[in-house]
Design a binder for this molecule. Structure first.
Ligand code: HAM
Length: 422
């Protein structure tokens, strides 16, 4: 009987060798600045009570209304695969009383998120984010720090072709004043039922409507930035001043609408110019009412989510990935049984010294093993045969130019550490 092959799920990106090394590198580079700034890891479930997202992320958003993977579990509960990370962090902070301790709570996370979007390049149904949240402090300095951490992550990747867009969605007072004028403006537009309903829940959503007729209709709409209260304006100006002081370039985009409803105050997006339609490589902002909506105290927070898949595409487009960092330093080719024993023990010693060492396994002839070494991209190759073992000397072959250096086996570790500047 011949079984049919089973295919992976649609719209899901998988990372296999050799590309997975670049993926891992990108993720580590994006996380490193958060760790360096004292953010601590939070590992959270990939599924949560559906209410967490309907209430936290908002029903006017595409994410909640069209894109959630929701199912009933065996106990009859409505469960949703997390479409984003902030609501889950808040849920955990409230549930574990972290908000009653030292503030701000500063955490980072990394993992898979799920949105049932129409798949295309850079837009997947399962995608990866790294994110941070700083909860419990309403201070423009922390807004600037959060943005700086994201920016440093992208700089770590060697990216240049991106811009940082920022705006402020103000405080409740600013939004209330703006909402009156915006609703009056929207009332005059000829909207279909679904759009009118969305506008009723969150009128700012209409700025995000991609249909050309809606874009045209919104050109003259009143902008929230013109309605900022004195304290919101001052706070936004301070954020800009801090960013300038840290030499972080930005542009103000008063029409920016984030895809999630919880945002208030400072909001931002990183947009890459080589990625086509899915150009958002990261975004975030302040969410001053979220904790309360989720049943906690009234504390504010700010954070970001960076798209690892898209950051990888950006790094590939900008050719900024140091591929040589992902390959082995040394490929050891043992010929025969006693050579294998020596290869195993030597590899132990070299790896302990930080030298990435691979062994050619299997009873391959020298030619085949050399081919494998070449393919692996290893920087050096050593062949261990009977004559090497009896003489105690090996030829260290540098793969970039084929140069051979005779080295005592006992000196191999030091010689390699020097050559690799370890
Ligand atoms: P978001 O803007 O929805 O924000 O997502 C952040 C990033 O995730 C996007 O900029 C994009 O790079 C990536 N991303 C989103 N959807 C997809 C997809 N379908 N395929 C590939 N990449 C995608 C949030 O999720 C907020 N939780 C960020 C945040 C944290 N705000 C405050 N704290």
């Amino acid at each position: 009987m011949k079984y049919e092959k089973i295919q992976g799920p649609k719209g899901v990106r998988e990372y296999l060798p050799p590309e997975s090394a670049a993926f891992e590198w990108v993720r580590e580079q994006l996380i490193a600045p958060a760790k360096a700034a004292g953010y601590q890891l939070m590992e959270l479930p990939v599924f949560e009570d559906t209410n967490l997202f309907t209430r936290g992320v908002g029903e006017s958003t595409d994410v909640v209304s069209k894109e959630m993977y929701t199912f009933e579990d065996r106990g009859g509960r409505s469960i949703t695969l997390r479409p984003e990370g902030t609501a889950g962090v808040m849920r955990a902070v409230i549930e574990q009383n972290l908000d009653r301790g030292q503030l701000p709570v500063k955490v980072w996370y990394s993992g898979q998120f799920f949105r049932a979007e129409r798949p295309q390049a850079g837009r997947y149904r399962q995608f990866y984010q790294v994110g941070i949240e700083a909860i419990g402090l309403d201070d423009p300095a922390i807004d600037a720090e959060v943005i700086a951490i994201a920016d440093r992550g992208f700089k770590n990747l060697g990216l240049r072709n991106y811009r940082l867009e920022i705006t402020s969605l103000g405080d409740a007072q600013s939004r209330a004043a703006h909402r009156i004028d915006l609703m009056a403006f929207i009332k005059k537009l000829d909207l279909d039922e679904a759009t009118a309903k969305r506008a009723e829940i969150n009128p700012l959503r209409l700025f995000d409507d991609k249909r050309p007729e809606m874009q045209a209709a919104m050109v003259k709409a009143p902008l929230l930035l013109d309605y900022l209260s004195d304290s919101s304006r001052k706070s936004f100006e301070l954020v800009q001043g801090y960013l300038r002081a840290m030499k972080i370039d930005f542009v103000i985009n008063p029409r920016m609408v984030r895809g999630l409803d919880y945002y208030t105050g400072t909001t931002f997006e990183f947009v890459h110019s080589d990625l086509g339609a899915q150009s958002g490589i990261g975004g975030g902002g302040r969410y001053d009412g979220l904790m309360e909506i989720l049943g906690g105290q009234s504390l504010s927070g700010i954070g970001f989510g960076l798209g690892v898949d898209r950051a990888l595409l950006a790094a590939i487009a900008e050719k900024s990935i140091p591929a040589e960092d992902f390959t082995s330093d040394l490929f050891l080719i043992p010929l025969g049984e006693s050579a294998m024993e020596m290869a195993l023990t030597t590899a132990q010693e070299l790896r302990a010294a930080g030298i990435r060492t691979e062994i050619a396994f299997g009873d391959r002839a020298l030619k085949g093993a050399m081919k494998a070494a070449d393919k692996s991209g290893a920087r050096y190759v050593v062949v261990l045969g009977d004559s090497e073992i009896s003489s105690g000397n090996v030829d260290l072959k540098r793969m970039s130019d084929g140069v051979l250096t005779s080295v005592k086996i006992t000196q191999l570790r030091d010689q390699l550490r020097q050559a690799l500047s370890l």
